[in-house]
Design a protein around this ligand. Structure first.
Ligand code: HXC
Ligand code: NAP
Length: 289
């Protein structure tokens, strides 16, 4: 069931959606479902060849319209260019999905300041650049636009070994909650999703490289015992950018099979205690007055 599309046909009909980093991974999967639901798509990232290939494939697979524009989200003039080209082609842009990211695992003290910058700039600056450009446009044109940002669950909790990403994602979380209130009077909604592990080449190659893949297998950490399926994230994202979620703003929805809560609850590793051990422990503890 969770691997099937969920929303009604044409739920995004007539909407034009920008997805940053839409040429690969989760951005591509969400984009495909938005197209199936009737949206027009604008995908942008640094690599024009990757975008062109994806645009061609998605248009063929769905019959929808996809515009591919190279853009480094860190550069405001390139962000404005994406918006201008989108308006030129589709007349209006309604929805922004902040999905582009950079990340890698490293002990923080080993990072150069440039390594810190590169991740924070893609994640935080890239997201506020696009959000600002869209907000100015929507307010001027009186369009009730929607922003959805892709965070991670460690935006709530923090996490060692990915500290630049934590800084970037937590900043986007703060922006989402702040602007949800500030721009509500213009009818603009901002929300975010916080995925747990969803296999993609981009994330797996940088966060779960082969030498540590077995030991850090995410399925061992997720209470529901599996990684996410791209369609279930696409279902959530489509709902969050559609008008079915019109009363939700400023919220961050986790989709992680319970992974982050498992790490948070003090006794949540008691699943290692076997039934035989519980028999023994119960006998032992019941005797205590
Ligand atoms: C330490 C590193 C490093 C590493 C790069 N650097 N990789 N330092 N460990 N693994 C340093 C470099 O030495 C350099 O610093 C600086 O970072 C910039 O590196 P460049 O290679 O010049 O940067 P660039 O070509 O712009 O590439 C950016 C990138 C790259 C972030 C490093 O990985 C990238 O393009 N990523 C995009 C896609 C991505 O990351 N996807 C995964 C998202 S997954 P010096 O000082 O040497 O100049 C995700 C999931 C989260 O976010 C949650 C999962 C559950
Ligand atoms: P991915 O395929 O590597 O996606 C990242 C995208 O960002 C790429 O398409 C990349 O394209 C683009 N990008 C990077 N730097 C950019 C820049 N400066 N300007 C424009 N675009 C840029 O990885 P993914 O796993 O699908 O990640 C997608 C999102 O999900 C990210 O926000 C990530 O943090 C989030 N997430 C993923 C997981 C997971 O388990 N996969 C879990 C939690 C959150 P170019 O290289 O062409 O620029």
């Amino acid at each position: 069931m969770h691997t099937q599309g969920m929303l009604r046909d044409n739920a995004l009909k007539g909407k034009t959606i920008i997805i940053t980093g839409g040429g690969t991974g989760l951005g591509r999967s969400m984009g495909k479902y938005f197209l199936e639901l009737g949206a027009n798509l604008i995908i942008c990232s640094r690599k024009q060849d990757v975008l062109d290939k994806t645009a061609k494939e998605l248009a063929k697979e769905t019959g929808g319209s996809v515009l591919a524009i190279a853009c480094d989200v860190r550069k405001y003039d390139e962000v404005e260019n994406v918006l201008a080209k989108g308006i030129e082609k589709y007349g209006q842009v309604d929805i922004l999905l902040n999905n582009a990211a950079g990340n890698f695992i490293s002990p923080t003290e080993r990072l150069s300041h440039r390594a810190f910058d590169v991740v924070v700039d893609i994640v935080l600056k890239g997201s506020y650049n696009f959000t600002l450009a869209m907000g100015k446009y929507w307010i001027e044109k009186k369009i009730k636009g929607t922003v959805l940002s892709v965070l991670t669950t460690y935006a709530f909790t923090g996490s060692g070994w990915v500290v630049p990403s934590v800084c970037g994602k937590s900043g986007v979380l703060g922006m989402t909650k702040s602007l949800a209130v500030e721009w509500a009077r213009h009818g603009i909604r901002l929300n975010a999703v916080a995925p747990g592990p969803f296999p993609t080449e981009g994330a797996w190659s940088r966060l779960l490289p082969d030498p540590i893949k077995e030991e850090f297998d995410p399925t061992k950490k997720v209470p529901l015992g599996r990684v996410g399926d791209h369609q279930e994230l696409a279902n959530l994202a489509a709902y969050m950018v559609s008008e079915y979620s019109a009363y939700i703003t400023g919220d961050i929805i986790s989709i992680d099979g319970g992974e982050w809560l498992k790490g948070a609850g003090q006794f949540n590793n008691m699943d290692k205690v076997t039934p035989e051990m519980w028999d023994m422990l119960e006998t032992f503890m019941k005797g205590k007055k």
